[in-house]
Design a protein around this ligand. Sequence first.
Ligand SMILES: C[S@@+](CC[C@H](N)C(=O)[O-])C[C@H]1O[C@@H](n2cnc3c(N)ncnc32)[C@H](O)[C@@H]1O
Length: 314
Amino acid sequence: MDPRAYEKILEDKFAKRFDKDRWYYSIELKPGFYTPGGNYKNIALTRKLLSRCDIQGLDCLDVACADGLIPTLMHRRGARHVVGCDRNDFGMKIRQLKARLGLEMEYNPLVTQQQIVDLSNKSERLGFDVVVNSGLLYHVFNTLGTMCLSRSLVRTDGIMIVETAGSSLNTYAEFFNAAGRMSPTDPTTFWYVTIKMMEYYGRMLRLEPIDAVFGPITENETKSLRFAIAFRATADYPAKPEDKWVQRTFEARDYMDLIDWSVLDHATTKPVGYDAPADLPSTGRGIDTMALLNQIGTYDAPLDEVRLPLGVTV
Ligand SMILES: C[S@@+](CC[C@H](N)C(=O)[O-])C[C@H]1O[C@@H](n2cnc3c(N)ncnc32)[C@H](O)[C@@H]1O
């Protein structure tokens, strides 16, 4: 079948799945009335890290915003400019949030990750202060490539928050969801990246891990979980000095093709404020995420940290 014809089928399927009555998130639109969302607990991890980030007056982007919970929080917390994008079209829901909650944001539906980078370049914005990439990486074919594209959007000394389904095994790896072995029902779930691998991807892309939180672990072969890491964008490689290899990965053609450093390496403004908990286990440059998992354990969020009540800002 012609892929473009298939695209149309998928769009129709998506439109039926998310018709006017079905929402991704539960957001309180008027006292006591919540949109009928799925209450997926991962968003509590993203929210916890975002709550530690001082976004007042900053330019913020959510690269896969669905029906707008994170942009609503960004707007309520005084971001200067809120941009949301999604590969699907949640425009009908975003319009409701704008009308009922006074949400102000720029919404871009039906965009690929590559197109988000183009949007940013065209706007001459020279990188966002805060970028959220939540609930996306396990849906894409190429985890590291998509990380590169998000990295292209955050300015030096800005913050990038990444949340994904993954594996808690203590190794550098990604596990493929072959025959649905970790996620049997979702045909768009592919890679379970380990926490340790994600930390290293960050270091390779000049992102220093500064904080992390972990959801409950499932007892399957990859000990899968949801986890979120907050990274600070740095001008150098936040790796151990003896790791000479990572500092030469810029020689890879993909490093130049997938990350537009010219946009990001402009004169930096002040670092985005981030209030990380004290005494996190450190590698010397940023946190040791697996040591942190051992230290703080996992977190099973209550419903109140998943749905969004009126006026709540974190
Ligand atoms: C699991 S939801 C996560 C939504 C939200 N970011 C969160 O963390 O709650 C995945 C979102 O990514 C969007 N998306 C963006 N690019 C995608 C892609 N290449 N494949 C699948 N979904 C994609 C979907 O439309 C959907 O809104």
